[in-house]
Design a protein around this ligand. Structure first.
Ligand code: AMP
Ligand code: ZN
Length: 284
């Protein structure tokens, strides 16, 4: 799940109650590039008797794993069971925030050059939290009547083919996986479908590279995966001996994804926890 600490619309303390009402027994908070919401969410989980998995979602440069070496598609790495106070992570967060700030300011400049009247302050106000992203810029464009939807905002302005697209410095996949491991977590490839590598050999190439770098798991179940995608990723995970995870990628009102619409069943979650526990023991 995502919270107001990044681009979700619910504060971290509100998520456990929503999860409980949706029938969930365990949740993970995986805000983009930040762990700041984790303590607040953990406290609320204790109150509502929900098992909590502290997490993060790091964006990485896909070029390093794609067979075409192009920076296209989305490569997000989930870190689960991380230490929310990991010094390595806190330090990396500072750099990532700075890179976002530079990118966002340049996007606003481009938009203004294109005659779109938005200011950086309006974007900050829209974001509210520490992580400011393109979804917040999209929201401002919608509120000001320049576009009708987030989809249109990305098509016309903010996406890779948009008129105000600005490249952001991202972690390499190696750095992202190393950071997650240094924070004590397991590294999982999020929503593999968003890599846009639908030829089996292409995806296999990317998976082999990521596994070389220490990838632990694959997000098999996700709101963007239909039945055939789930089967494909499930067999990929089994073949390559990867841990299997799943989640809705709930963002509140920021995205049209229902809470609890995807995830692991109890047995799947227990299997995951068992492996993580065994590994942590082996390391100590
Ligand atoms: P940022 O991290 O600021 O570069 O923004 C990336 C986020 O924007 C992603 O995590 C998605 O939630 C969202 N996003 C990316 N592409 C699109 C798109 N085409 N339509 C809607 N949302 C998108
Ligand atoms: Zn993601």
């Amino acid at each position: 799940m995502h919270s107001t600490a990044s681009d979700g619309s619910d504060p971290p303390r509100a998520l456990p109650q929503l999860a409980r009402a949706a029938g969930l027994h365990a949740i993970a908070l995986t805000d983009h590039d930040t762990a700041v919401g984790l303590h607040e969410c953990a406290d609320a989980c204790r109150k509502h008797k929900i098992t909590f998995v502290p997490g993060i979602e790091l964006s990485a440069d896909p070029a390093a794993v794609r067979p075409d070496r192009q920076p296209t598609g989305t490569l997000h790495l989930l870190g689960y069971f991380i230490d929310p106070d990991s010094p390595a992570l806190s330090e990396a967060e500072l750099h990532l925030r700075e890179a976002r700030k530079n990118r966002n300011q340049r996007v606003v400049e481009r938009l203004r050059e294109l005659g779109v009247n938005v200011t950086y302050e309006q974007v900050l106000e829209q974001a509210g939290g520490q992580i400011v992203g393109r979804p917040h810029i999209a929201r401002v464009l919608i509120d000001k009547g320049y576009v009708r939807s987030t989809h249109e905002a990305f098509e016309r302005y903010l996406g890779q083919r948009g008129a105000a697209y600005v490249h952001r410095d991202r972690l390499s996949p190696a750095q992202a996986i190393e950071l997650i491991h240094r924070a004590g977590g397991i590294a999982v490839l999020a929503h593999p479908i968003q890599l846009h590598l639908e030829e089996p050999e292409q995806l296999d190439h990317a998976m082999a590279k990521l596994i070389d770098l220490g990838l632990d798991g694959l997000e098999v179940r996700h709101s963007d995966h239909d039945g055939s995608a789930i089967r494909r990723y499930q067999s990929m995970a089994e073949r390559r001996n990867l841990l299997i995870t799943g989640g809705s990628d709930y963002h509140g009102s920021q995205k049209q994804v229902q809470i609890a619409s995807q995830g692991l069943d109890r047995a799947g979650f227990e299997r995951l926890c068992d492996v993580v526990k065994r590994r942590t023991k082996a390391e100590h």
